[in-house]
Design a binder for this molecule. Structure first.
Ligand SMILES: [Ca+2]
Length: 121
């Protein structure tokens, strides 16, 4: 332990962790001291990263739902082409429920996007 770190600790009265602990990644400026500010900043970074990941997965889900909606008629055609007449009939019967559900997912995604964008201003 360097005499400098001991000195800083003495002057500031801050808590310190041994070198290379599992918490050393929280020491953002690598001075051996983990301050409340560093922890808060890291927490903020994690929040932003999590929000970003959530937005990405919601966007993927909306696209997946949209793709399913557009490909649905082809699934019916495909089933007919394979000679699966009953499958095509079942797909046709499910269509009403399916389209409403997917439309709800996509609509809520865009509503959320619009709401978030409005909140940014
Ligand atoms: Ca630090």
């Amino acid at each position: 332990m360097s005499i400098f770190i001991v000195g800083v600790e003495e002057l500031t009265g801050q808590k310190k962790f041994e070198p290379d602990t599992q918490f050393s990644s929280h020491d953002l400026d690598r001075n051996g001291i983990i301050t409340d500010e560093e922890l808060q900043r890291e927490e903020r970074i994690l929040q932003i990263e999590n929000a970003d990941k959530m937005a990405d997965s919601q966007r993927r889900m909306a696209w997946f739902a949209l793709a399913g909606m557009l490909l649905y008629p082809f699934a019916v055609v495909f089933a007919m082409w394979l000679g699966l007449g009953q499958a095509a009939t079942i797909l046709g019967d499910m269509a009403a429920t399916y389209f409403v559900s997917v439309a709800a997912i996509v609509a809520s995604f865009y509503a959320k996007e619009a709401w978030v964008k409005k909140g940014d201003k």
